[in-house]
Design a protein around this ligand. Structure first.
Ligand code: ADP
Ligand code: MG
Length: 227
């Protein structure tokens, strides 16, 4: 089976006052398809930066990065946009739901780029909401939901388009323990849903999340280590 992620000597840095501050320095690692991977590391070690590279929100400066069969380091802006649209679902720490749209509309909006018909999009959105036990609140607005409920909707939105890759950046960081565990259960279960093997990568500080993951990657000293 091909890797879900193949990173060869990937480098990334930010400019600060004219000088480059390295985040990743020739980092190499792989992630297998269909694996639930926890990505850990100290604050500021580059976890969010790495997730942005994997989701083609950002571009590596050097090296080679192949994700879900696409060589991201060889794609232009249009190719990256297409990759993001079709291959990746994102869940962020802040739930990022649109406040003026209902729960169902929030999920449907995420499906728009796929060009499904209206009925098909609604069906997909409802199925995704059902899986996270939020279908009964499909007509509510985000501010009428608890944090845990909002994050379950965000998970539904990320999964509704059936992406082979699900990326989550500290998705339980704003939740209490119980709500967080429930959201993490759903993210873990997302590995086994969908059309093919789905690869799930979750940035987390939570040891209990890392303990239940199939694999752990740790960011340290600008490199990515297994375990
Ligand atoms: P983590 O998610 O592990 O906390 P980040 O990927 O957010 O780490 O950040 C890694 C490093 O890059 C940090 O030192 C941070 O200050 C720096 N950084 C992140 N984003 C930017 C940015 N947009 N501009 C400049 N520096 C940044
Ligand atoms: Mg971060």
């Amino acid at each position: 089976m091909p890797h879900a992620v193949l990173a060869e000597s990937v480098s990334a840095s930010y400019r600060e006052g004219g000088r480059a501050v390295p985040v990743l320095d020739a980092a190499s690692f792989t992630i297998e398809q269909g694996v639930f991977t926890a990505l850990t590391g100290p604050s500021g070690s580059g976890k969010t930066t790495l997730l942005s590279l994997l989701g083609a929100l950002d571009v590596a400066e050097g090296g080679r990065l192949v994700v879900a069969g696409a060589e991201l380091t060889a794609l232009g802006a249009a190719g990256r946009a297409r990759f993001r649209r079709t291959q990746v679902g994102f869940v962020f720490q802040g739930f990022n739901l649109l406040p003026t749209l209902t729960v169902r509309e929030n999920v449907e909006v995420g499906l728009e780029p796929l060009g499904l018909g209206r009925t098909a999009a609604r069906g997909r959105a409802e199925a995704a909401l059902d899986r996270v036990a939020m279908l009964t609140k499909a007509q509510r607005f985000p501010h009428e939901l608890s944090g845990g409920e909002q994050q379950r909707v965000a998970v539904a939105r990320a999964c509704a388009k059936n992406p082979p890759l699900l990326l989550a950046d500290e998705p339980t960081g704003n939740l209490d323990e119980e709500a967080g565990a429930r959201v993490m259960d759903l993210i873990g279960a997302a590995r086994d849903e969908g059309q093919g093997p789905r690869t799930v990568i979750v940035v987390t500080h939570d040891a209990s999340v890392a303990a239940r993951a199939d694999a752990v990657l740790t960011l340290h000293d600008h490199k990515v280590y297994a375990g």
